[in-house]
Design a protein around this ligand. Structure first.
Ligand code: ADP
Length: 405
């Protein structure tokens, strides 16, 4: 029996290693989607449209799409499920959840809570499976004619496979895929705010979220001060350790493969002239622990500025003009979140409108919240989650023409 939120948070820390405080935050975030969409269910309004023909009346009904298959990642083992399932159930759909193979326990705990809450059997279903079975199970979920909707959060590569599967039966799809978030610091920024935002945006969940900053672009005039203060903040405020220790801010990475990717990005950058300002290697705790790392003298030729690291690595590129920064930011084939720090109102409008991303943080490094539409452009995905828009992903519009009046 799930007694309280604390128990759910401990499950998250146990299964993915994130610090307990972050897991507690995730549970609040996770629950917020159930509350939000329970309220939104009461506002699934239809429409009456003035008809062009005198003897007709035109109605618009909103109906549930049907069975939704929900495939979720390991980095938010609870919230990524409720963000989808909350909307789906509120719209009137049933769901089949396939959680990530590294983190099935939160999905099962939610099943127990669904039973306790009186959700009828067969409405919230969970199919955990091994890594070996994932592709086969995914294919069934995305091709079975009984499934009408796929909602996926994960890598762009996997998203493309699922989109291909879904094409065969033209299923509705929502895709929250990879990001490559730029974090631009302009000369006129408040440097202390920028450092605080950088720390939160980069190192939350040890850098393992799709909206974590993946590359810092810092203007020439503020560059040295920013790098120096950022390094100090990393060394003072971040503590690597066991997620259950109260002072830990950085747990282990999810697995060996994740650590190898961070190492590979650092090695490649250093071989091309980047400097390690702090961190740079596996942590003495061993296994999957990695030191929070800051690199300077980074260029756009380096791997870490071309693909998502998904780990505790902050590469800093120095730039001269606003146009140059926007061009670097927009050179990516993905566009999920983007952040920038500026105190010039005209620049704030210009850059916010120009960044090719679905979500922009202006003088803020953490911007996800239940009432805000989460989603990306380009290869970062399709559709929006949370907010007043999220429920539309699970609704069909039906037009009814009443004739012969
Ligand atoms: P990551 O590399 O961050 O683990 P993935 O996209 O591989 O991201 O994983 C996200 C989710 O997608 C997980 O639930 C995983 O099991 C699932 N997944 C991975 N490959 C496939 C596949 N071929 N078909 C269906 N689901 C998949």
């Amino acid at each position: 029996m799930m007694e309280n939120k604390e128990e759910l948070a401990r499950i998250i820390t146990a299964e993915n290693g994130k610090p307990l405080k972050e897991a507690q935050g995730e549970i609040v975030y996770s629950a917020s989607f159930l509350e939000w969409f329970a309220e939104e269910a009461r506002r699934i309004y239809g429409d009456v449209i003035p008809a062009s023909a005198k003897d007709r009346r035109v109605l618009v009904l909103k109906q549930p799409v049907g069975v939704a298959a929900v495939i979720t990642p390991w980095n938010f083992p609870s919230a990524m499920i409720t963000r989808k399932v909350g909307a789906a159930l509120a719209a009137g759909c049933t769901v089949v959840v396939k959680p990530a193979e590294d983190t099935p326990l939160s999905a099962l705990a939610l099943g127990e809570l669904a039973n306790q809450a009186g959700i009828p059997a067969g409405v919230y279903n969970v199919v955990p499976c091994s890594r070996q079975q994932t592709a086969a199970v995914g294919e069934v979920l995305c091709t079975d004619p009984l499934v009408s909707k796929i909602s996926f959060t994960g890598s762009t590569a996997t998203g493309k496979i699922l989109l291909k599967h879904a094409a065969g039966t033209v299923k509705r799809v929502s895709m929250e895929l990879g990001g490559h978030a730029p974090f631009i610091v302009f000369d006129n920024a408040n440097v202390d705010r920028a450092v605080a935002g950088a720390l939160a945006s980069k190192y939350r969940n040890s850098g393992q979220t799709c909206v974590c900053t993946n590359r810092f672009l810092v203007q020439k005039g503020i560059h040295d001060e920013f790098v120096e203060k950022f390094a100090k903040a990393i060394e003072k405020e971040l503590h690597v350790g066991n997620g259950f220790d109260a002072k830990t801010t950085q747990g282990p990475l999810i697995n060996e493969k994740a650590v190898e990717k961070v190492e590979k990005h650092i090695k490649d950058a250093v071989s091309q002239g980047a400097s390690i300002v702090t961190g740079g290697k596996r942590h003495s705790l061993g296994k999957n622990f990695f030191e929070p790392t800051l690199l300077s003298n980074v260029t756009t030729k380096m791997l870490c500025t071309q693909e998502e690291t998904f780990g505790p690595l902050a590469p800093v590129i120095k730039f001269e003009t606003e146009a140059e920064a926007v061009a670097i930011a927009n050179a990516a084939n993905v566009g999920l979140a983007g952040y920038f720090y500026s105190q010039d109102p005209a620049q704030i409008w210009r850059v916010a409108e120009q960044l090719e991303v679905g979500m922009v943080g202006v003088n803020e490094g953490i911007i996800s919240s239940v009432e805000c539409p989460f989603g990306g452009v380009k290869e970062s995905g399709l559709g929006r989650e949370g907010s007043k828009y999220g429920i539309d992903e699970y609704l069909e519009i039906k037009y009814v023409c009443l004739g012969g009046l």
